[in-house]
Ligand binder design. Structure first.
Ligand code: ATP
Length: 226
């Protein structure tokens, strides 16, 4: 397998439930992503987009198929190894921000580093905070921020551990168009300036257009049109 891929999926299935309640959420999904690519994932509600991202991020397990992430086959890792890999290499961004309300902006951003029992590199954290335009909001709490600002904090948190892969599940779903554009611009710049790979779910075709590639999900199948 080529080593400039960050992600390779081969015939991946995900089946939820069994018998009458069986749902084939992913159906023989195969695709690869190069390091540093910015990929948009588009598809109707219920088509399997979140399932796909959750499986790539090891929040859920596939029923069948092979997934190689940064050269390591997922199923060869124990659950503990997956947890460490996830913490060190994958940054998640969700539609609902998922910030910790009791922590300040700065503390939210540093949080994943402290989970790994590492000391935050102040310079790097400050440069992330500056990049996100949150210098004056460092000591604020999430409830004191706008939706766009909260999502920028969530991006900061996803970046704090310098992950190779950023998985964003509809990060602009709760934002107006101005804030959406700003968030996408930041993700794009991060991808291109720091060589991070971004997989982004969106319902917005204009947003998808900025991506290097668009993956279309329909009834659990993934296809690509350039
Ligand atoms: N834990 C689960 N148990 C059973 N079925 C599930 C589970 N999670 C998802 N599904 C089903 O799998 C299919 C794909 O769901 P998924 O959440 O991946 O879709 P999606 O494309 O992300 O949708 P949306 O755009 O609405 O978020 C759906 O039919 C959904 O009902």
């Amino acid at each position: 397998m080529a080593d400039n891929y960050i992600l390779e999926m081969e015939n991946v299935d995900k089946i939820y439930g069994s018998g009458d309640s069986e749902v084939k959420a992913l159906n023989h999904v195969s695709f690869s992503v190069h390091k540093g690519e910015f990929i948009a994932i588009i598809g109707e509600s219920g088509s399997g987009k979140s399932t796909l991202l959750n499986i790539v991020g090891m929040l859920d397990r596939p029923t069948n198929g092979k997934i190689v992430i940064d050269g390591i086959e997922q199923r060869e890792m124990t659950l503990d190894q997956q947890a460490v890999f996830r913490r060190e290499n994958i940054g998640f961004i969700f539609q609902s921000f998922n910030l910790i309300q009791e922590l300040t902006v700065e503390e939210n951003i540093i949080f994943p580093i402290s989970l790994g029992h590492n000391k935050p590199d102040r310079k790097k954290i400050d440069s992330i905070i500056n990049k996100l335009g949150l210098e004056k909001r460092k000591q604020h709490f999430p409830s004191q921020l706008s939706g766009g600002q909260q999502q920028r904090v969530a991006i900061g948190r996803a970046l704090a551990t310098e992950p190779k892969l950023i998985l964003a599940d509809e990060p602009t779903g709760n934002l107006d168009s101005k804030n959406s554009q700003e968030v996408i611009k930041i993700l794009w710049e991060i991808s291109k300036e720091y060589g991070r790979t971004v997989l982004l779910i969106t319902h917005n075709h204009d947003i998808a257009k900025v991506a290097d590639r668009i993956l279309y999900v329909k009834d659990g199948c993934v296809s690509e049109r350039r």
